[in-house]
Ligand binder design. Structure first.
Ligand SMILES: O=C(O)CCC(=O)C(=O)O
Ligand SMILES: [Fe+2]
Length: 366
């Protein structure tokens, strides 16, 4: 499911907002503007203006900036988001401690079932791709697996699926840190979805009862150092090109870099370098479907950052850590074209979150 052309989108549709909005900006012109690689850049948005806004008009300005970013690029950098640097650094530290556990301990926590989507995923088990063909994905995985390991964590109170925690003695504070971070990210997600609702001319609280069950996935990622030669093989990346599945992904990266985002017009991948203090946020497939492709779910990948020469013939790509919080609507939420995005016609059949996400996850794991 690659990029879908924005020119087909139903934009502001009904409600008579089209005229009013076209006086403040022309979406078609902006969409034209981002066609060149030079003009395709991820906007940096100061979220404190939304969080502490004194008036609805002030909120609206930031909400419009956020929605514009998701329409044109599908990615934004969020600054002054309210999550402290200490919290992020502490979570990174606990993540690093987890990945340093012996393989034997991690293997006991292995990811087993796409419906659970919880547990430890060792290097080579996942191959993210846009292909929906199981055989093709299996062939890709055999030839060029993603070079990363991850730990997947869901809501801890799920009646059916249990998180797979390491022993407290082996990873002190890991569980508590991750559960707190899960809640913190959920809260931020709720705020950003309020901004998106405003920017899409919906009631600010429109998404509230459709996203409150915390059907999310906290993914700790560890990209070990790798010999550059290995990453240069055909089709090989730290994480292959893909779109995410849910509403939004909150991505925290360390200072190493390697994330790239595809300009859908030119198909060129462009770096999304880490900017200290910011969170990279991208729209996922379910938000794109919900909005009838008004908001983009943009392809991205993780490639090798500049390597360090370790001998005359060999260079090593440094280790990298990131944390992705995949936000999802409630499992049973009906994702059907939003009332303000209908335009001429709805492009997608309604789907529930669970159907869509479990389908994608089943295909990408071995
Ligand atoms: O590690 C990163 O920077 C991105 C990871 C990613 O895109 C994903 O896990 O979906
Ligand atoms: Fe992703």
């Amino acid at each position: 499911m690659a990029f879908r052309n924005i020119s087909n989108c139903g934009r502001w549709g009904r409600l008579g907002h089209a005229l009013k909005r076209s006086q403040t900006r022309s979406l078609a012109t902006l969409a034209e503007d981002v066609k060149s690689d030079a003009a395709f850049s991820i906007p940096l948005i100061d979220f404190s203006k939304f969080r502490t806004a004194a008036s609805q008009a002030e909120k609206r300005r930031t909400a419009d900036d956020i929605v514009r970013g998701f329409k044109e690029v599908g990615f934004i950098y969020l600054n002054k988001h309210g999550i402290s640097d200490d919290t992020v650094q502490h979570t990174f530290k606990k993540s690093a401690e987890f990945f340093r556990l012996p393989m034997e301990a991690k293997s006991q926590l292995a990811w087993e079932d796409p419906r659970a989507n919880r547990g430890y995923v060792q290097i080579g088990r996942e191959r993210v791709t846009q292909s929906a063909d199981a055989n093709e994905i299996a062939a890709l995985r055999a030839k060029a697996p993603d070079f990363k390991e991850s730990m997947e964590i869901g809501r801890d109170w799920d009646a059916t699926w249990k998180n797979r925690w390491p022993q407290e003695g082996a990873a002190p504070g890991f569980r508590e840190t991750m559960l707190q971070f899960f809640q913190t990210c959920h809260d931020l997600h709720t705020l950003v979805m309020r901004a998106i609702a405003i920017g899409l001319d919906l009631d600010e609280m429109f998404f509230e009862d459709k996203i409150h069950e915390q059907y999310h996935n906290l993914r700790l990622l560890n990209y070990p150092p790798i010999r550059r030669q290995l990453l240069q093989q055909e089709g090989q990346a730290r994480a292959g090109a893909h779109s995410d599945y849910g509403t939004l992904t909150l991505l925290f990266q360390d200072s190493v870099g390697g994330l790239e985002v595809q300009n859908p017009h030119t198909k060129q991948f462009q770096p999304a370098p880490p900017i200290p203090g910011t969170i990279v946020i991208n729209a996922g497939d379910l938000l794109a479907r919900w909005s009838n492709d008004v908001l983009r779910s943009t392809l991205h990948r993780v490639v090798a950052p500049p390597a360090k020469q370790v001998s005359a013939t060999e260079s090593i790509t440094p280790a990298r850590q990131s944390i992705a919080f995949f936000c999802n609507p409630n499992a049973g939420a009906h994702i059907a074209c939003l009332p303000t995005c209908a335009g001429k016609e709805a492009k997608y059949a309604p789907v529930t979150t669970e159907e869509y996400i479990v389908g994608r996850l089943s295909a990408t794991y071995s």
